[in-house]
Design a protein around this ligand. Structure first.
Ligand code: SAM
Length: 230
């Protein structure tokens, strides 16, 4: 079963992982998720996890020592551990990355706060033979911390684990998984009952029962939508 370890100074952020599809996947034993409080690895009465930046500048930087202790505790087996360091400076997360991560057995998510984590943490684990380190961003904007970014990644990754989504066919039909001319495209627009809502009608072709015509209409709409996003 895939294991996901999340390291954070705000464990409460992850209560959302008890609900909906991810909550069900956890109860069904399809995935194992554990949340770890970084402060438990901190020293001193104040359990401080940050300090002033070398070289000066505003804000605080997360100290390497508690991070090293927290990550080492999770890497007891001989398997390869994928350490995901959330940072706006990382490689942008996409559906391809979600697919790759959904095939890995052990992911550790390092949720930064303040100005981020001392860079030596990334450097150190990159040099370890039992680690693959991935610096990942969920988009070109700056969040206060890596917790929401981790939730975004977990939503995208866990729904790809076999058994999590009831009907696996729905995964193949989705945006960024659909392919046209070798390029990934977005999904066509969806409609449900009633056929008329606030004087807006569902496109005629979808009521026709003509499967070939519906397929052609959907491909055309998917291409139009993809083009409009550029
Ligand atoms: N000083 C950092 C910079 O300019 O790149 C920003 C630090 S940010 C305020 C604090 C933490 O939020 C980061 O260490 C990271 O874990 C998380 N974070 C912020 N934006 C993110 C994004 N776009 N993707 C992933 N994580 C992000």
């Amino acid at each position: 079963m895939p294991r996901y370890d999340l390291i954070t100074i705000f464990p409460d952020y992850f209560s959302a992982l008890d609900i909906s599809l991810i909550g069900k996947a956890r109860s069904a034993g399809l995935v194992e998720i554990s949340v770890h409080d970084l402060r438990e690895q901190a020293q001193g009465v104040h359990k401080s996890v940050d300090d002033t930046p070398y070289g000066g500048g505003a804000g605080m930087v997360m100290s390497p020592e508690p991070w090293g202790k927290a990550i080492d505790k999770l890497a007891t087996s001989d398997e390869i551990h994928d350490l995901i360091v959330l940072t706006p400076a990382g490689k942008k997360f996409d559906q391809n990355m979600a697919t790759k991560f959904s095939q890995h057995e052990h992911l550790i998510f390092a949720c930064g706060r303040y100005e981020g984590i001392d860079h030596r943490v990334t450097e150190f684990y990159k040099s370890q033979p039992n680690f693959r380190v991935h610096e990942v961003s969920i988009g070109d904007y700056v969040l206060n911390g890596g917790e929401v970014a981790t939730l975004v990644m977990l939503e995208a990754i866990i729904r790809l684990i076999p058994g999590v989504i009831g009907n696996p066919e729905s995964l193949a039909e989705e945006s960024h998984t659909l392919i046209a001319d070798g390029e990934s495209i977005v999904e066509y627009p969806n409609y449900t009952k009633p056929a008329v809502w606030r004087e807006l009608c569902v496109p005629e072709v979808l009521l026709s029962g003509n499967h070939a015509a519906i397929k052609a209409y959907r491909s055309e709409e998917a291409l139009k939508r993809t083009k409009n996003r550029e």
